[in-house]
Design a binder for this molecule. Structure first.
Ligand SMILES: *Cc1c(COP(=O)(O)O)cnc(C)c1O
Length: 220
């Protein structure tokens, strides 16, 4: 894998306003450093221990995103530095992020993870639960947490029409949330969708942030 070349090629082919999260989970710090040296600054990790250990070893201006299932008892470890949590999917998790954000005097940016795939295994709110969560308004009482948008994963399939349909669902949910709950709030602006196998479709359907692992770093 030529990490430098992959990053340059992707940066040229993906629209400038779409952010690239380099998903470095299970890869060593040296590979992240290589991507960093090629200009990449946003990295995504899915395990707390691994994220904390890499954050300690690597340059301080990296934006670390957390993209995996997050246990409440581990929020404390990433709260001091995490730039974006993509996997907010319950009120209990929100309250813990609020608590830890307050403890380190930060406002922690988060995305609402929404279940858009056919597979049962994928985490997140259903679209209806997502709207109900916002409607409940509890998030308005959490000044140390900022909801910046939504995240979703499409079904792992070769059926590109299926994938497109799921990304469209997430985009229309984002639009509905924006209109109903964040009309005057420009910071509700992110749609994190698209991985190595489906990111071109995600971008066509309105993604603002793609999460690319194997395409940059090779097989895990
Ligand atoms: C691992 C992972 C990715 C990256 O997957 P690739 O197919 O390697 O690009 C993206 N998003 C999430 C949530 C992941 O867990």
């Amino acid at each position: 894998m030529n990490i430098r070349r992959e990053i340059r090629t992707l940066r040229r082919s993906i629209p400038q306003d779409v952010k690239i999260v380099a998903v470095s989970k299970f890869h060593p710090a040296a590979m992240i450093q290589e991507a960093y040296d090629a200009g990449q600054r946003i990295f995504g990790e899915s395990r707390v221990q691994e994220l904390v250990s890499k954050q300690q070893q690597l340059p301080g201006d990296i934006e670390w995103h957390f993209i995996g299932g997050l246990q409440r008892n581990k929020v404390k470890q990433i709260a001091p530095f995490v730039s974006l949590i993509h996997s907010l999917d319950s009120e209990r998790l929100m309250l813990e992020i609020e608590k830890q954000g307050a403890a380190c005097e930060r406002v922690i940016p988060c995305l609402l993870q929404v279940h858009i795939a056919e597979e049962e295994t994928k985490a997140g709110f259903s679209p209806d639960e997502c709207l109900l969560f916002l409607k409940s308004g509890r998030w308005r009482e959490c000044p140390h947490l900022k909801i910046k948008g939504v995240m979703g994963m499409a079904t792992f399939t070769d059926d590109s029409e299926q994938v497109r349909k799921e990304f469209r669902l997430l985009k229309s949910l984002f639009d509905a949330c924006k209109e109903q709950f964040f009309p005057d709030n420009p910071s509700f602006s992110e749609i994190s969708m698209g991985m190595s196998g489906d990111y071109p479709i995600a971008i066509e359907e309105g993604s603002t942030m793609v999460r690319l692992g194997s395409l940059i770093f090779g097989e895990r």
